[in-house]
Write a protein that binds this ligand. Structure first.
Ligand SMILES: Nc1ncnc2c1ncn2[C@@H]1O[C@H](COP(=O)(O)OP(=O)(O)OP(=O)(O)O)[C@@H](O)[C@H]1O
Length: 678
């Protein structure tokens, strides 16, 4: 496969363009990714300052809410966890103090006539051992607490996201671990700052004379500060990322073919070799271009000079106490130098950790803010304020009308209209069959009438009121749909049917009746667990180093685990239809929208389904989208014939046949197929 090597050089600045007086958009090619990065141009003027104060204020408010939420969930466990972390920071200083004490005892002992003070040394060793043991106990205990607290927090935010996602639009990759990570980073930062303070306290304690302590601490700080400011970080920057490398994209597409849904096509088409060869060709063309996340690439590619400077200044503390030892030998003992050496290493590590945790905290706080913002996101479909049905509504059916309606799907080209200037009316209780070629707009009708989308132009009326004025929940309660897009949920069959009318979920008789109407009775009889069977449940099952056919006890257990209950396409449609029949039990239903529910049914099953739907209709308005003429068209009050997003013809079966237009043409094609066989 031909390859165009986009971005063979990592971190290759293409161009810079000013988008406004305050921001600059930089285009970077980082490995296989193209990144548009918004960089703030630093300014001392007030607006920028005000913005950053505002950002801090928002961040602090997010953290305040996070801490309140999290602490409410597990106050005791989190207090224990916090105590353990504080102790963990303190432990290093205490141990260092004891080690310094031991060194001092040995140093004094070696230079005195009385020798080493054995008892004091043993006491220090014992104290050290007690502290180490105490720490491992606390560590063990707090790990358990942390895991339990984390589980509670994850459950809480999983719940939050579930609610938010069903009600609002979001394309952000948010998950429940983000707030937990933000909380951990906050706790981590707090304890690391505490550790820095105690480490500095220790240093001042051992270097009591002059300003050595302050100078020494400052020297320890230089390296991590340079490291923090020279490392480049785009996590907190506004950015647009796109994978642009064609070889990388082809590799990803080919790799996606390994998933379950393509498996039978690939095996039956004998395509394995082709896919593997193409994958290897793409990989070869991609060569050494990095596939690592652009954020990581940006972060890890620091400049050589910054690395050299950081290496050099890292030795400043060492140089300092060597100089002091030479210039003022009396001001430092050997044990002080050894402790300072160790303290310098610890302090540098702690400072580095503080910067790292602060960075983590900033990223996770901003993502937690996005998560909380989901509460404020407006629903895709705007809520109305009128209840449905209105009090004066007496009939069982809904009046539906489209007036001058045009509609394009979001994201499709502006001139590609799914419906274009459509007007027609359905009276309450009518059965309307919609026919037309593929892509003529039949299903789009159903979607507009059930308010899955809103029109761009014109109005949809329900009982002579704009559909957008009704409360969505009320409206949907009054509509039953059956389409071929409906799926089985990974729940029990009983629930799959019962969810048509959740209020009667426990009514076994109604569920059985619905199964019978949907033609699913026999399916239930064949299953070992009957209606309790769960089809394709969520599962985590795997064997490690166990082959399914090796004939051992483990392989038999694995085989048993992997046995799944499966249903055919037609059986799935019968179960889904049963859910709709269950829904008919609700008194509220006034409109039934059926869109090609029988593509996988055998002719007998299809006829039975049509008859049952007509029977269950009982005065409700029904629209029925179908490609098949005959079963229903002869019962239809009206037939709507669609062509290229427009209403081509509208009338009864007899009227449209007499017109000898589009409907007549489609009807003849199907009728001739049967006539030629006779
Ligand atoms: N989700 C979508 N996003 C973008 N375009 C869509 C979407 N769904 C349908 N379309 C387009 O809208 C037009 C009408 O589609 P619609 O599904 O209403 O046709 P249909 O008559 O029901 O077709 P079929 O008989 O194949 O089911 C088509 O051109 C289709 O490609």
């Amino acid at each position: 496969m031909a390859s165009s090597k986009l971005g063979s050089a990592v971190n290759n600045r293409d161009k810079k363009s000013k988008s406004s007086s305050k921001t600059e958009i930089e285009t970077l090619q980082l490995g296989v990714f193209r990144v548009l990065l918004e960089k703030r141009v630093s300014s001392f003027f007030a607006p920028d300052f005000a913005e950053s104060v505002e950002a801090w204020r928002t961040g602090l408010n997010v953290l305040k809410r996070l801490v309140e939420d999290v602490i409410k969930l597990a106050p005791v466990m989190l207090s224990i966890m916090a105590f353990a972390k504080v102790w963990d920071s303190l432990e290093e200083v205490v141990l260092l103090g004891l080690e310094t004490r031991m060194l001092q005892i040995i140093e004094i002992g070696l230079s005195s006539k009385n020798g080493i003070e054995g008892q004091a040394l043993i006491m220090a060793v014992v104290a050290r051992m007690v502290i180490v043991m105490f720490s491992s106990l606390i560590d063990h205990w707090s790990r358990d607490m942390e895991s339990r607290a984390k589980t509670r927090v994850l459950h809480h935010y999983d719940d939050f996201l579930l609610v938010a996602r069903f009600h609002n639009r979001t394309d952000d990759h948010l998950n429940a671990t983000i707030p937990w990570n933000a909380f951990s980073a906050l706790l981590g930062l707090g304890t690391k700052l505490f550790a820095v303070a105690s480490q500095l306290g220790f240093m001042f304690h051992i270097v009591r004379s002059g300003n050595h302590g302050i100078i020494f601490a400052t020297l320890c700080l230089i390296k991590p500060v340079i490291g923090a400011f020279s490392s480049r970080n785009m996590w907190s920057m506004r950015r647009v990322v796109e994978a642009t490398n064609p070889d990388f994209l082809r590799m990803k597409s080919l790799k996606s073919l390994e998933s379950k849904e393509f498996r039978s096509d690939i095996l039956s088409g004998n395509l394995i070799q082709y896919i593997i060869t193409e994958f290897r060709n793409a990989r070869r063309s991609l060569g050494e271009i990095s596939m690592e996340s652009p954020e990581m690439q940006y972060y890890t590619k620091g400049t050589v000079i910054a690395g050299l400077i950081a290496g050099f200044v890292g030795d400043f503390p060492l140089m300092y106490y060597v100089a002091i030892s030479l210039l003022q030998p009396s001001s430092m003992s050997l044990s002080t130098i050894a402790s300072l050496q160790q303290s310098a290493i610890l302090l540098r590590w702690l400072f580095w950790n503080v910067f790292y945790q602060a960075n983590e905290l900033r990223q996770y706080t901003s993502r937690t803010q996005h998560l909380y913002d989901l509460e404020k996101t407006l629903p895709v479909i705007k809520e109305g304020d009128i209840s449905y049905p209105p009090e004066k509504h007496s009939g069982k059916g809904m009046a539906l009308e489209l007036k001058d309606v045009s509609f394009s799907y979001p994201g499709s080209k502006e001139d590609k209209k799914a419906l274009s200037d459509v007007s027609f009316r359905i009276e309450p209780g009518e059965l309307v069959v919609i026919v037309g070629a593929n892509g003529s707009g039949k299903s789009t009708f159903v979607k507009l009438l059930t308010r899955l989308y809103d029109v761009d132009v014109g109005t949809v009326f329900v009982d002579d009121e704009d559909i957008r004025r009704y409360k969505i929940h009320d409206l949907r309660k009054s509509i039953a749909t059956l389409t071929q897009e409906h799926l089985l949920f990974p729940l029990s069959i009983e629930e799959n049917i019962g969810l048509g009318y959740p209020e009667a979920m426990t009514n076994v008789d109604l569920i059985n009746k619905a199964a019978q109407m949907g033609g699913a009775e026999e399916i239930l009889d064949q299953l070992n667990n009957g209606a309790k069977t769960i089809l394709d449940p969520f599962s985590i099952q795997y064997g490690s180093r166990v082959e399914e056919n090796e004939g051992t006890e483990l392989s038999a257990a694995l085989k048993q685990l992997k046995k799944k209950v499966e249903v055919s396409g037609g059986e799935r449609q019968r179960l889904v239809a049963s859910r709709t029949f269950m829904r008919f039990n609700s008194e509220d239903i006034k409109f039934v929208a059926v869109d090609e529910p029988s593509s996988a049914l055998d002719p007998e099953g299809e006829l039975q389904l049509f008859n049952n739907l007509r029977e269950a209709r009982d005065g409700k308005t029904m629209i029925f989208v179908t490609h098949r003429f005959g079963h229903l068209t002869k019962y239809a009050d009206k037939i709507l014939c669609m062509k290229d997003g427009k209403v081509a013809e509208y009338g009864s079966h007899a009227e449209l046949l007499a017109k000898k237009g589009e409907y007549h043409k489609m009807y003849k094609i199907q009728a001739q197929a049967f006539e030629s066989l006779l």
